[in-house]
Design a protein around this ligand. Structure first.
Ligand SMILES: [Zn+2]
Length: 295
């Protein structure tokens, strides 16, 4: 029975160094393999204490991170997708939506809400990657458009948190129309002088990158997020060349001028409050007559 023989010494831990494991649940960082308790992982807002890897989180966690005391009012919570194309892949689209709704407790890949963050009013639209890869179909586009309308009508700054594989193939052309619709709504928001901050998280790709995610007054991102239009494999196969190291990471995208800054999730709430304080509508309104006078 040689496989039961202890070959290495020194794995006896003194009692004072033994760690408590009250919840019995562990998190292992996919980057550096450091192990932490789930409680510690949550306390660090789902980032790794060792390498600062930002774990993918969903709208429920972002709302908890950003809204004061997790208090918010959800907009259009019950909007669900139709099946305009009668799309069938391995199963019919309505069945896929119903199964995903049951598995995730969500109705589509974005949730929109308003509340207060650091005491100031804020409208947030946050995508959920676990709902069909955060894909943008007609419900995602419509909910974002309505949230932008709400922000414009009430003159409240708008934050978009993107996390998406791109357009939803089951809605084909209807998905692509959402790019134009959300972009047009953001143009109206901009005309009204209401600030828009776009936060890109891992991953932000396809039609989302090509529309609302890159249209912020400030485009900011979490560290190490994949940001691009087509994925690296597709690009590599198309151009037939090896891609640079860290291609399409937020750091790479920042260096090439597509982002304003990268924000650690643990600093997000405060940095956002500072930024929105600078961009507050009153300050924008003071600038408008000067620009108008020049014309
Ligand atoms: Zn790590």
């Amino acid at each position: 029975m040689s496989w039961f023989k202890r070959v290495e010494k020194g794995i006896v831990t003194p009692t004072e160094e033994k760690k408590e494991t009250p919840d019995g649940l562990w998190y292992k960082c996919p980057e550096c393999k450091t192990v932490a308790t789930m409680a510690e992982h949550k306390r660090l807002l789902y980032t790794c204490a060792n390498c600062n890897h930002h774990d993918r989180i969903n709208s429920a966690e972002y709302f908890e991170v950003l809204f004061d005391d997790n208090q918010f009012t959800e907009l259009d919570a019950d909007l669900t997708s139709g099946d305009p194309l009668h799309f069938v892949d391995t199963k019919p689209y309505p069945q896929r939506v119903a199964a995903t709704e049951r598995a995730t407790g969500l109705h589509d890949a974005v949730r929109t809400a308003y509340g207060r963050s650091q005491g100031a009013e804020l409208v947030i639209a946050c995508m959920d990657f676990k709902f069909i890869g955060g894909s943008m179909g007609s419900v995602v586009g419509e909910k974002i458009a309505r949230a932008i309308d709400y922000a414009r009508q009430h003159r409240i700054p708008f934050l978009m948190i993107s996390k998406s594989g791109g357009a939803r193939m089951m809605e084909a052309g209807y998905s692509l129309m959402q790019m134009a619709k959300t972009s047009a709504k953001l143009a109206l928001l901009s005309e009204a002088g209401v600030p828009y901050v776009s936060l890109l998280t891992d991953p932000t790709t396809g039609g989302v990158t090509a529309s609302f995610a890159m249209l912020g007054d400030f485009n900011i991102a979490e560290p190490g997020a994949l940001i691009g239009f087509a994925g690296p494999r597709v690009i590599k196969e198309t151009i037939g060349k090896d891609l640079p190291k860290d291609f399409q990471s937020s750091e790479f995208v920042l260096e090439h001028g597509f982002l304003d800054f990268i924000v650690d999730r643990k600093d997000l709430k405060q940095k956002l409050a500072d930024l929105l304080h600078l961009l507050r509508p009153a300050a924008v309104a003071e600038v408008v007559p000067v620009a108008a006078a020049r014309r």
